[in-house]
Design a protein around this ligand. Structure first.
Ligand code: NDP
Length: 231
């Protein structure tokens, strides 16, 4: 059977383009997201392009939704070779950690940090050895460069995600499952906006490289443009 890739938050944006590019390379693609009708539309589009694809409704901010999705997935009797934790949000009004609504940071972290961790928790039993896990992070999460200036709750959530990535790389090393984080750059999507300099195709390039081509032994690293960057 073809290799299988599950991508969270892939009914649009960078996740959808990762699905398209991986599908074109011959992987069996499972797209996912909350919005069922958008998910249906995305699946139709992939199939029109002769991509072998399936879909799974899953809200990564809800452990119960992830658990249900894993239960549904288990009925397929199908392994996963690559998991891409791509789903992410920026909550409107994220301007200052002190002045944001009290629940804004929690809401952001629930989706962007606990979400990927819980998806791994529930889907690990399907992941092959060797296998690959890729976390879509952001340079906003880097602590090695100047911190601050935009969407602070979002940036904190991606720093948290980076820390989770490093710890899981260590925990999953003995299972031969790599865990790496990637910054896609500033990309023209609903999240990135129309002024972003990067195309969606370019934003998907490094995640796709990590999913298919990068050496399996690479783990516990942070990448941008197929190059390792500091955390
Ligand atoms: P979009 O807003 O275009 O797409 C986000 C995707 O995530 C959608 O498919 C959405 O589907 C899904 N999603 C959101 N919340 C949830 C949830 N709770 N559960 C499941 N799926 C969810 O964003 P991008 O494509 O731009 O972003 C993709 C990733 O790249 C994110 O992790 C983002 O942080 C990261 N990134 C993006 C940058 C950019 O410039 N665009 C820059 C740096 C990083 P639905 O609403 O149906 O659930």
């Amino acid at each position: 059977m073809d290799k299988v890739i599950l991508i969270t938050g892939s009914n649009k944006g960078i996740g959808f383009e990762i699905a398209r590019q991986c599908g074109k390379s011959g992987l069996h693609v499972i797209i996912s997201g909350r919005d069922e009708s958008r998910l249906k539309g995305a699946l139709i589009q992939l199939k029109k392009e002769d991509i072998d694809a399936d879909s799974l409704v899953m809200d990564v901010s809800s452990p119960e939704s992830i658990r249900k999705a894993a239960e549904i997935y288990s009925r397929k009797n199908q392994k996963i070779d690559v998991l891409i934790n791509n789903a992410g949000i920026v909550v409107k009004g994220d301007r200052s950690l002190l002045q944001n609504d009290e629940d804004l940071l929690e809401k952001t972290i629930k989706t962007n940090s606990y979400g990927p961790l819980n998806v791994i928790r529930y889907f690990l039993r399907f992941i092959q050895s060797p296998g690959r896990i890729i976390m879509i992070s952001s340079t906003g999460g880097q602590l090695s460069r100047e911190v601050g200036g935009w969407s602070p709750a979002y940036c904190v959530s991606k720093t948290f995600l980076n820390a989770i990535s490093l710890h899981l790389a260590n925990e999953l090393r003995s299972k031969n499952i790599s865990v790496n984080a990637v910054s896609p750059g500033w990309v023209r999507t609903s999240m990135g906006g129309t002024f972003a300099p990067r195309s969606i195709e370019k934003g998907a390039e490094t995640p796709v490289w990590l999913a298919i081509e990068a050496p399996q032994k690479l783990t516990g690293k942070f990448f941008a443009d197929k190059t390792e960057i500091p955390w």
